[in-house]
Design a protein around this ligand. Structure first.
Ligand code: FAD
Length: 418
């Protein structure tokens, strides 16, 4: 491995974004220290649904989203829940989100997300081979399954749009074709749209493999090590303060996911991120386990069949940094899967989990330098697709820090958006 004059980079955050950044930086020859305040991989990257899905390129902020959000606002039994509370920051976020709910902004965001998604899908395949990563990777595609014919037909417009703008066509499957492909689906399903190129993996396995690989390449992975603030000199950071003292370095990457807003003052920029809480339930495989992961858009639930288990996940809750598990909301996952599958879940729950997605209102990640410290790069705001965008984000982080030509354009991920 080339040693880049032993320049030292500190990566803050041991999620999928921090891990990928540390990997590509190390590969580029930097000496790398990674700080994680808890256990490596224990944040939002741990129990997510594991989909690597370019098909999900369209952001949440889309035409009609305001009305459908409004209709369900404050309803506890709905997959989307906004806890009523006084939070000017949240209301500003929602207002900015609402202003983006039009076709022009939706397509702009999708165009920015697409290169990260497509590049990551390829990079995962390369990395899994090169580093012998055992994360239950399967490239079986992804099914968007509909109960009602009207909702199934309505997706045609999205399919047309994704085909026209991003050459991303889905295969339309009627009930018979779907049943032939996936006999585990229940009776009475209208059909599905099939994206054959998507993939999935087991996120916690991926994170333990990232740790193994980083350690193998001599990355200094420090767990239970919280970064508190930067030590500055002029327009540069010269170190990061932790409880164990200051760690000096030449460059810094802030990849702390949903916690990013707490660094706003330090970074010197608006970091409009809200924690978007989601839940997952992991089971042993049920009797009739599907082979292909499924999204049930009408119930907003995801089902992921992994090699060593089976996961139901999703829901979106804006309740701040709330650490409780809401039983009623977690039950929604089971209820949401029931209409679609013959055995919608396994016999017992192996893991009940929640995570805070780093939700940015426009849906475009931030991968950019701090305006206050030229050697601090922020990588965050991956919303519901951080796993799907991890490797390309890490590669871009490394390229920007190295000052090399970037493998995808870096401009869409700049800090300030109109
Ligand atoms: C239910 C659910 C399902 C999902 N399904 C999918 C999916 O199928 N596909 C997909 O692509 N995405 C999915 N996501 C989204 C994905 O999980 C996130 O986008 C992604 O994990 C974000 O990664 P991250 O590294 O930015 O954040 P995290 O994984 O949260 O990592 C940030 C880390 O920084 C650490 N940290 C914070 N502050 C400090 C500090 N001061 N010092 C040191 N460390 C610190 C935290 O402890 C944490 O470990 C899902 C999310 C949820 C909740």
């Amino acid at each position: 491995m080339a040693e880049r004059g032993k320049a030292h980079v500190v990566v803050i955050g041991g999620g999928v974004i921090g891990a990928s950044s540390a990997y590509f930086l190390r590969k580029a020859g930097y000496r790398v220290t990674l700080l994680e305040k808890d256990k490596f991989g224990s944040g939002c990257s741990h129990g997510n649904c594991g989909l690597v899905c370019p098909s999900d390129a369209l952001p949440l902020a889309s035409p009609g989203a305001v009305w459908s959000t409004f209709k369900t606002l404050f309803k506890r039994h709905n997959p989307l829940y906004i806890k009523p509370r006084f939070s000017p920051r949240l209301w500003l976020w929602l207002a900015k989100f609402a202003l983006r709910c039009n076709e022009r902004h939706m397509l702009q965001a999708a165009a920015a997300r697409m290169p990260l998604l497509e590049s990551s899908l390829q990079l995962y395949q390369d990395l899994i081979q090169a580093e012998q990563i055992e994360c239950e990777w399967q490239k079986n595609g992804l099914l968007y399954v509909y109960k009602d014919q009207t909702a199934m037909d309505a997706y045609q417009a999205t399919d047309d749009l994704l085909t026209r703008h991003f050459s991303l066509p889905a295969k339309r499957l009627d009930a018979c074709a779907l049943f032939e492909l996936e006999p585990a689906v229940a009776d009475g399903i209208a059909g599905a749209w099939y994206y054959e190129e998507d993939a999935h993996l087991r996120p916690d396995r991926l994170m333990s493999e990232w740790k193994r690989i980083l350690l193998q390449y001599d990355v200094d992975v420090r767990e239970d090590s919280q970064a508190i603030r930067f030590k500055r000199q002029g327009f540069k950071a010269i170190g990061v303060l932790t409880r164990e003292g200051v760690i000096e370095a030449d460059q810094f990457v802030l990849a702390v996911g949903a916690i990013t807003p707490k660094w706003e003052k330090e970074i010197g920029a608006d970091l409009p991120i809200q924690p978007g809480k989601g839940y997952s339930l992991t089971f042993p495989k049920p009797e009739y386990s599907p082979r292909i992961p499924m999204i049930f858009p009408q119930h907003r639930v995801v089902m992921t069949p992994m090699q060593s288990g089976y996961r139901l996940g999703s829901t979106m809750e804006f309740s701040g940094y709330d650490t409780t598990i809401n039983r009623r909301r977690i039950e929604l996952l089971k209820r949401g899967a029931e209409p679609y599958l013959r055995t919608p879940y396994g016999e017992h729950v192996e893991e009940e989990w929640y995570g805070w997605r780093p939700m940015i209102y426009h849906g475009i990640p931030i991968i950019d330098k701090s305006p206050r410290m030229e050697n601090v790069l922020v990588a965050t705001g991956h919303n519901m697709l951080g796993l799907s965008m991890g490797p390309a984000t890490g590669k871009l982080v490394s390229e920007v820090i190295s000052g090399e030509p970037t493998h995808i354009p870096s401009k869409p991920y700049q800090l300030l958006h109109p």
